[in-house]
Design a protein around this ligand. Sequence first.
Ligand code: HAM
Length: 418
Amino acid sequence: MQPLPGFRDFLPDDCAARNYIFARWRDVARRYGFVEWDGPLLEPTDLYRKKSGAEIVDQLFNFIDKGEREVALRPELTPTLARVIAAHEREFKKPLKWFSIGQFFRYEKQQRGRLREHFQLNCDIVGEAALATDIELIALGIDILRAFGFTEKDFVVRISDREFWTELLRSKNVSTDRWDELLQVIDKSEREPRAKTIEKLGNLADPVFAILGEGGKSEKLEQIVDGLHTRGLSDYVDVDVRIVRGLAYYTGVVFEVFDRAGKLRAIAGGGRYDNLIEQLSDGAISMPALGFAMGDVVLGELINETPRARDAMKETIAAEHKIDVYIVIAKEQRRADALAQIQQLRDRGYRVNYPLTAEKVGKQFQTAEDLGASLALLYGDEWPQVKVKNLATRKESLIAHQGLPDSVAKFFNVTASA
Ligand code: HAM
């Protein structure tokens, strides 16, 4: 009776929380001028084998389809985005600012903050190499989290530049086919025992730990911090060379977002991938690009652990889920009359509910309260009048059944302007 390990059922409260997250993701992305797009859930396995790097390939949900194709459920969106851009590049004015919300699948070891399916918001900017773009993207990431009520005390964006590491590998004449593997070792160094990292890095261990010790300084990263300072957002970022990112395609500035307390896994991660589109189009199209993805799992954990954010979510959901009108059918002879008016009220856009079968009047009023209805309309002995009860003030009155939708509309207009 259980879902597969790492998969979730979304009961109504979980769906409400998910929709709350999606609404804020969508709203802030649009505020920044991003437009929504999506790709297929299933892609050729090769797309990830070539582009995402070894770690993700080990985690693929892949199989052979009935047409003998090797396919995989998408573990991430970036390779799909690069494929789509390479195919449709001429149809759009650059730079493109695209966002997408969807579900992704990785066969990971299930642990806190990591499941086998999760939802991501992806935001990507394609066709602009200027550093102003990196700043805009990081500002977007910060503002999305601010929309949940988080402050600089709750989360931090740790920014870095992969070039710190690729320059080191280049200067040590490490062959490029080992870069992916070594970058992953550096990426994991924070979470692994030092001895294990030293063993994996071999003679690169000393220079790597030297860079980690110095903390890394670069003009590029300083400019990013300055750019965020101009927007009043610099308290949200720390320069941190330990951020390397586990995916293979990043080329420049990279960043990850963490809770300030450092208890949770990354909330979001991204960076520049200026060569990916060129590689995917076999050199036909070259275009700089950058983006990030934010997952729903860790974000949900942080919301639940932060009273301000949790209360804001609960209040918003409670308000959004209220119904407008509950119809109390006190006399079954009036059911047909009530249904005719329920139809009219719903046609006007009101959220209306009623008992599907005969029920005691007291129980019906209780249901009206439970559903958060503003008004209860009672169909019974008063007919051809209808008894109206304002459930907030408990005031009752009688209104004619003719023109009832207008009377209801008047009530809501008055309440809305009060
Ligand atoms: P990523 O760091 O692999 O980046 O994933 C982004 C976020 O998705 C993570 O920070 C995390 O919140 C969430 N996430 C990833 N895997 C899981 C999981 N197994 N369970 C729960 N949440 C998870 C990417 O996917 C890049 N494609 C992002 C990007 C977009 N880069 C450029 N554009």
